[in-house]
Design a protein around this ligand. Structure first.
Ligand code: SAM
Length: 395
C-alpha cells in the first residue's frame, strides 16, 4: 500500500494508517509545521494524549496480530481490589474494596478489541466496529454492549460505545482499546490512579498513585489537566460529559488558587519542552522543572507529569554533561515511573537503564557546560542542602 501524499509504501493498511497519523506525515502535508528544535523536546517520551477516533477516508480495520492473537483475556474475578457499583451522576464506576497502597497495580486488562485512530467516516467506522464486534464471543459481545453509552439513541450505536469508553493503547498512540474493567473507571481531574498501556504484556494497567481507602472511588484522568474552564470545555468537547469530580465540584472561590497553579503547571510544561532554551538557559529550565514539581505536589497531582518532569531534569543535566545530577534525576524518574506503571512496563525498563548509565543517553554532552562524572555526587550533604545541590541552587 502506498501513501498518496508522499509515495512511501507500507506492508498493510494498519501500517499505512499509522503513517498517515504520524508527525512525519503531517510535516509532509504542512511543511510550515516542521519546526523541530535542535534538541528534541524532552517530554515527548512521556506524553499520552487522549484517544480520539473517527475522521473522513473510509478504510477497513485490519486485525492486529500482536494485540489480538495473544492468549485469551483472563478472568479478573479472583482477588479483586475493586468492585463495580452505581455512583450518583456518573452511571457506574469502580470502588476500592480494601485499602490500597500507593504503587499497587489495581488491575491489568486485555482489550476486547482495538480500534485504529486513523480517519474514517462515521458510517465506515460503525461498519468496522461491527466487524470487530462480530468476531467476539457471545460473553464478550454482552460485555461490550453493557459498557456505558454517553450518546444513546444516536445513528451509530457501536461507535458511541467506542467513543465513550476507548482508552489509548500507548503513549502518543492513535489506536484505542475497549476494556471490560478499565473502561468502567470514571474520570477525576486529580485522580488517584494512573492508566497505562503496557506493550510488554499487551494490557492496560491501572496503578494507585496514592493511598486509596476502602470504599473510595477509583479514578483516572481522561485528558490533560488545566484550569477549571479549559478542563470543563475539553472534557465536554472530547468526551461529552460535564465533570462532577471533587475538584470541579468546589465552589468558584475555592477553585481560584488551584486554577492559578494549574495554569502555571501548563505554562511551565510548555516552557520546559522548548529545546533551544534547554541549551541556552539550562539553569532557568532546571528551576522551572523544580517549580513545576512543587506545584504538582501542592495540587496533589501524581501522574505521568511527575516522572516526565524528572526525566526533563535528567535531560537538562545530561545534555550539559552533568552525569552526577543526571543519575539522581534518573533515579527519581524511575521511582515515579515504577509507581505509575509497575516494574514490567517498557518505560520503567527504559528509565531504569538511564539510572544504570546516564551517559548512554544520545544527548549526553551536547554541551560541556556542566561537565561532571557520575561519582561526583557529594556524600556529606543532608536534607535541604542535598536539594540545593541537586537543583543547582547553592551556587
Ligand atoms: C468510560 S465511561 C466510565 C464508566 C461509566 N460511568 C459506566 O457507567 O460504565 C465514561 C463515562 O462515565 C461518566 N463519567 C466519567 N467520569 C465522570 C465525571 N468525572 N463526571 C461525570 N461523569 C463522568 C460519563 O458519562 C462518561 O462519558
Amino acid at each position: 500500500m502506498v501513501c498518496e501524499d508522499c509515495g512511501r509504501s507500507f506492508g498493510n493498511e494498519r501500517a499505512l494508517g499509522q503513517h498517515v497519523n504520524s508527525k512525519a506525515h503531517a510535516s509532509i502535508l504542512n511543511p510550515d509545521e516542521h519546526i523541530l528544535p535542535t534538541v528534541p523536546s524532552p517530554s515527548v517520551a512521556f506524553n499520552a494524549p487522549p484517544f480520539q477516533p473517527a475522521l473522513p477516508e473510509p478504510m477497513e480495520f485490519e486485525d492486529n496480530p500482536k494485540k489480538e492473537a495473544e492468549s485469551p483475556r483472563k478472568d479478573n474475578a479472583t482477588s479483586k481490589l475493586h468492585a463495580l457499583t452505581p455512583l450518583p451522576g456518573k452511571g457506574q464506576g469502580l470502588i476500592a474494596v480494601q485499602d490500597i497502597s500507593k504503587g499497587t497495580r489495581i488491575l491489568s486488562d486485555k482489550p476486547l478489541f482495538w480500534i485504529p485512530g486513523f480517519r474514517l467516516a462515521e458510517s465506515a467506522f460503525e461498519k468496522a466496529v461491527a466487524s470487530k464486534f462480530n468476531l467476539l464471543s457471545k460473553d464478550d459481545q454482552m460485555t461490550f454492549l453493557s459498557l456505558h453509552n454517553n450518546i444513546p439513541g444516536g445513528a451509530y450505536p457501536l461507535t458511541s460505545i467506542v467513543k465513550t469508553n476507548a482508552l489509548p493503547l500507548g503513549t502518543d498512540a492513535s489506536e484505542g482499546g475497549l476494556f471490560p474493567e478499565a473502561s468502567r473507571i470514571n474520570h477525576a481531574c486529580v485522580p488517584n490512579c494512573q492508566h497505562t498501556w503496557n506493550d510488554n504484556i499487551g494490557e492496560e494497567t491501572i496503578h494507585a498513585v496514592r493511598h486509596i481507602s476502602k470504599g473510595e472511588e477509583i479514578t483516572i484522568s481522561y485528558a490533560d489537566t488545566g484550569p477549571f474552564e479549559s478542563r470543563r470545555h475539553s472534557l465536554k468537547e472530547s468526551f461529552g460529559f460535564e465533570c462532577t469530580c471533587e475538584l470541579c465540584s468546589l465552589p468558584e472561590i475555592a477553585r481560584a488558587v488551584g486554577d492559578h497553579r494549574q495554569s502555571e503547571i501548563k505554562r511551565l510544561d510548555d516552557l520546559i519542552s522548548d529545546g533551544s532554551r534547554l541549551l541556552s538557559h539550562p539553569d532557568k529550565c532546571l528551576e522551572d522543572v523544580h517549580t513545576l514539581l512543587t506545584l504538582l505536589e501542592a495540587e496533589n497531582i501524581t501522574n505521568t507529569q511527575t516522572p516526565r518532569a524528572y526525566h526533563d531534569a535528567f535531560q537538562i543535566a545530561i545534555i550539559h554533561g552533568d552525569q552526577a545530577r543526571a543519575k539522581v534525576f534518573a533515579q527519581r524518574a524511575y521511582e515515579a515511573t515504577l509507581c505509575c506503571e509497575g516494574d514490567n512496563s517498557p518505560r520503567t525498563a527504559y528509565v531504569k537503564s538511564l539510572v544504570a548509565k546516564p551517559a548512554a543517553d544520545r544527548l549526553f554532552r551536547t554541551s560541556n557546560r556542566w561537565r561532571l562524572s557520575e561519582n561526583m555526587i557529594p556524600e556529606i550533604l543532608e536534607g535541604e542542602r542535598v536539594e540545593a545541590w541537586v537543583w543547582r541552587r547553592s551556587r
